[in-house]
Design a protein around this ligand. Structure first.
Ligand SMILES: Cc1cc2nc3c(=O)[nH]c(=O)nc-3n(C[C@H](O)[C@H](O)[C@H](O)COP(=O)(O)OP(=O)(O)OC[C@H]3O[C@@H](n4cnc5c(N)ncnc54)[C@H](O)[C@@H]3O)c2cc1C
Length: 495
């Protein structure tokens, strides 16, 4: 189906992205339902010299889909998930959302992939960029299960065609889809998933089987009860815990935790922050593990509110957790942590979040997310997939959201300054070193290309891809020699 500006549906499609800072205003949207259609559309656009972009779930943090697009191929109506007997792997059409993948894989076969927390995220961008979530410490990244991919590419003569790529067939193109991010090499139409170590043909044993029950309970603190010293201690306890418990196979491997600290508000109720915790509820010592985690985090700090732990069936938990359906104007930055934040970084965080409370009703609200990581993710070699960060223990998200009534500049400035201060000793960005390991391409941040905000002298692509970048550039030259598919953080053709 083709939708142009005169069609009433155009208005819905142009604002579909989750970051409402951006709209997508092409000459035409094409909602596709087959690989053949994608081939035809890409061919027509290349012949006409039109700029093509691709949209899956619309969850990009940056304007990669809207930027200069004349033709947008929207895959959201191409979303079937099934088992492909011929290839002995699950096949996911590239417009599916995580919600559809989790539901179909689990209800059909009792299996899953360790994807993200938000059910509305599309596999189109998520899988190609790496993909991680609550099950990652136990099972790794989504791309560790990427068996094959079908991509519509354009050759040097401008001819569009579908290509199948796996470890055996076109292995470079397959590898490029294990962490380089979407919008780089062509239009992905299908992903196949299977555990590379699985044997046999029973689908119920070809992907990880998540625990039937999740046990969880958050810890909640009010900003009014926590001074700077206590906040720094909480951050230190949290980071130390994950320094000690992120080895593959650790007894806390099934633990997924998020520290979510929004900015304090200057009002009678200044708000608060939380640390969530959920783990495999079928473990015989699940309750004891949860208690042990909570007591390590709360050691020497004001007592938080801890609701009684709840047991939730796995799928229900997977579909309810996260930030489903949320959208708004925001700016986001990321970091991989090999070690906990230093006390200086904890102090800086307190300063940005709590020392100057936002006036009540303030538009822009910087916040910190720390997400548990490591475990099985770190069993894979940095060059085995395109995603090289394979020894971190936490991921950090630095985020500001606002409603836009006062414009965007304050919101963007606040998160820029917070991030710059956090990484002041390495040029304003988390340059790979003993403590940090760069940034996550699924949380893209175009400021990493801007010498005003990245003063490290380390190029943006080293932050995201490290030593894997030259190989990605060679693959780009082979599979997208005309650079048809590009955006602000896409792989550049080699010079
Ligand atoms: C609320 C929210 C929660 C998130 N939670 C997590 C999480 O828990 N874990 C995690 O790992 N990530 C998470 N992310 C990040 C998410 O993985 C990325 O934003 C991902 O790229 C989104 O993919 P999409 O298809 O929804 O987005 P889109 O905006 O549609 O696409 C993102 C990029 O991929 C390209 N692309 C999309 N489809 C295709 C295709 N078929 N072929 C080629 N290129 C394509 C687009 O052109 C664009 O460049 C979250 C993001 C948000 C906004």
């Amino acid at each position: 189906m083709t939708v142009g500006p005169d069609d009433p549906r155009y208005a819905d499609l142009r604002i579909k992205g989750v970051n409402t800072r951006f709209t997508v205003d092409p000459e035409r949207f094409h909602l596709v339902g087959s690989t053949d259609q994608v081939v035809g559309l890409v061919q027509d656009a290349v012949r006409a010299g039109k700029r093509i972009t691709v949209r899956g779930g619309g969850h990009s943090c940056e304007n990669f889909v809207g930027d200069g697009a004349q033709v947008v191929i929207d895959l959201s109506e191409f979303h079937d998930v099934s088992f492909d007997r011929r290839r002995n792997a699950f096949v996911v059409e590239a417009g599916a959302t995580l919600r559809e993948v989790f539901k179909t894989l689990y209800l059909g076969w009792g299996v899953t992939v360790p994807g993200g927390q938000c059910g509305e995220v599309g596999v189109g961008g998520h899988f190609a960029g790496g993909g991680y979530g609550p099950q990652s410490r136990e099972f790794g990244s989504v791309v560790d299960y990427l068996h094959a991919v079908e991509v519509v590419v354009v050759n040097r003569y401008g001819r569009a065609r579908p290509v199948f790529a796996s470890r055996e067939e076109n292995p470079d193109l397959w590898w490029a889809h294990t962490g380089a991010g979407g919008g780089n090499f062509g239009v992905v139409t299908r992903y196949w998933l299977r555990d590379p170590n699985a044997r046999g043909t029973d689908p119920a044993h070809l992907l990880p089987r998540p625990p039937g029950t999740i046990l969880g309970s958050p810890m909640l603190w009010g900003w009014g009860d926590v001074d700077q010293a206590a906040f720094m201690r909480i951050l230190r306890n949290y980071g130390t815990f994950f320094e000690r418990h992120s080895e593959p196979g650790d007894r806390f491997a099934s633990l997924f935790s998020v520290l979510l600290a929004p900015r304090k508000v200057a009002a009678a109720d200044p708000g608060g922050f939380l640390i969530s915790a959920e783990l495999d509820g079928t473990l015989p010592n699940a309750d004891a593990l949860l208690k042990e985690f909570q007591s390590e985090i709360t050691d020497g700090v004001p007592t938080p509110l801890i609701p009684p732990p709840e047991r939730t069936p796995w799928l229900t938990n997977a579909l309810k957790s996260g930030i489903n359906g949320e959208s708004g104007r925001y700016k986001q930055k990321s970091a991989y942590l090999r070690r906990r934040f230093t006390d200086e970084q904890a102090e800086i965080t307190y300063r940005h979040l709590a020392e100057r409370p936002a006036p009540a009703g303030a538009q822009e609200a910087p916040m910190l997310w720390l997400l548990s990581y490591g475990g099985a993710v770190n069993t894979v070699r940095p060059d085995a997939t395109a995603m090289p960060q394979r020894d971190s223990i936490l991921k950090a998200i630095f985020l500001t959201t606002w409603d836009g009534r006062g414009g965007d500049s304050d919101g963007i400035r606040r998160v820029r300054e917070y991030y710059r201060d956090m990484y002041a000793s390495t040029g304003g960005v988390p340059v790979p070193d003993d403590a940090n390991d760069g940034c996550y391409i699924n949380y893209p941040d175009i400021d990493t290309t801007d010498p005003a905000w990245n003063t490290s002298g380390v190029p943006w692509h080293t932050l995201y891809f490290k030593d894997n970048y030259p190989r990605l550039q060679r693959i780009k030259a082979t599979w997208d020699p005309r650079n048809v598919f590009h955006h602000a953080l896409s792989i550049r053709p080699p010079r």
